[in-house]
Design a protein around this ligand. Sequence first.
Ligand SMILES: Cc1cc2nc3c(=O)[nH]c(=O)nc-3n(C[C@H](O)[C@H](O)[C@H](O)COP(=O)(O)OP(=O)(O)OC[C@H]3O[C@@H](n4cnc5c(N)ncnc54)[C@H](O)[C@@H]3O)c2cc1C
Length: 485
Amino acid sequence: MTETEVINPDSIDKKVAIIDKLAEVVGPERVSDSELERVVYSGDPAVLPQYHYRWKMKYLADYVVRVENIDEIERILKIAREHSIPVVPRGGASSCMSSSCPSRGGISLDIKPMNRILEINKEKMFVRIEPGVTFERLEETLGKEGLSLGIYPSSAKSAVIGGWIACGGRGGIGTPFYGSLGNHILSLSIIGGNGEIHVIEGNDIDFFLHSYGILGVIFEIKLQVHETVSGYKSFSYGFRSLEGLCASVTEIARLEKKPIYLKIADKELQRYSNPLENGRFVLTASYIDSSQEIPRDELRSITGNNGGVYLGDEFSEKEWNLRYDAEFNPKEHTETLMFQELWVPTSKVFEMLSAYESYRKSHKIPALWFGMLGTSEEMRLELMAMIDAAQYLKFISSKGILHKMMKKAIKAGGAPYTIGLQNSIYMSRAYPDRLIKMQEAKQKWDPDGIMNPDRVTSCLTSFRRIDVLFALATAFRRLSRYVGR
Ligand SMILES: Cc1cc2nc3c(=O)[nH]c(=O)nc-3n(C[C@H](O)[C@H](O)[C@H](O)COP(=O)(O)OP(=O)(O)OC[C@H]3O[C@@H](n4cnc5c(N)ncnc54)[C@H](O)[C@@H]3O)c2cc1C
């Protein structure tokens, strides 16, 4: 099968024969083609507009298979190659850019049952695990041994380790202090779409960070761990000026003592978790609670010089306790929480957010935003809009603004944070060298093109087409406001 061919689940007979073959591998209870399961396994928390569903049936998995070990994965991939069936690895499905959603039907390969913690080595400070372990469980288990991975996405309750590796694992809680997930990986065991099994170490690990399941399936991981720390202490500040907030981010990020967590948000987002009374923007920086790790004087002087006001111990502690929820809380209050994630240099955060603030005003976008420091140099910015996907023009024109923001971010040295069926159109602009590297790797690891097609190295539509579509939609929206008047 090539990347451009479209797979159709042929006849009912063929489907039954394939289900039987899959059931021979995992048993009938771990394979399903029920409509409910296919629907559940074909989406993620982001709601997509209708134009994404032009080829609707192919966005539905044909089969759901839950695997428990490498032997099963190997046999499932063999069946997939023999019958040219796409395979979509799936962890917690929290990546939101349709990274683990099918584009041509096929098998949704649920990795979560592979969730054993295989070895904890206190002497050599590593843990060996399967890819379906959630961060929450890993931290809990390591904690009993006085150990911790120290880094996790704020989706830690549902996201699994294999999923975060495949998404790059760059910006999360702990990464400004301990470094990215990539820095913690000692080895990865992979089975390629071609059926070959390899243990990857050193520089080659980079191919599988950000690989979004297009090369193969990660089935075992060895990670470096740290000693647990006594606790954390948070400091929250309210700002009236966006400039003051962003200047504080850059300066705090560059201090020698790094935060575990540095979050920024606008008042709109705060309203749904920890409402802000003092100011329009909030910055929270959390540190390991020890006198050597907290730069108290520097924090006071940076935020004070930039117009920040301390919001008190209670507010600050609540911010830390809400770290898993704050980002997505608004979702409970809107039909659709539309969003785009940018990975931008900290020095460009002000440029990005002031552009989004002016779109909020000029295009009446029901905007809100959130940012989390990834490294001392980069921040994951989440630009959101609370909207109703059924209001098609409003939806698509707001999405057009997010597209404009992405183009601005790329010009400023930024990039899309997550790549899936969405965002692959930006690969050649944001990651040109990476794209060539990944195309070569795709040829090597998955020459039959069965692994998670239509993302990263290829895509279902073109940048130009989307660019024109969004430009027309946003222009029409502005025009219709004047005509309406
Ligand atoms: C509330 C919320 C908060 C979030 N916070 C953060 C954050 O702080 N930092 C951050 O970086 N992201 C964050 N995210 C995005 C997302 O949660 C992470 O990227 C997460 O790690 C994805 O893991 P998952 O298990 O859900 O993967 P999935 O979404 O299931 O899969 C992601 C990709 O990995 C592939 N994949 C999954 N398992 C394997 C495997 N074993 N082998 C090969 N490929 C595989 C899939 O095919 C897919 O392409 C957040 C999302 C939400 C909803």
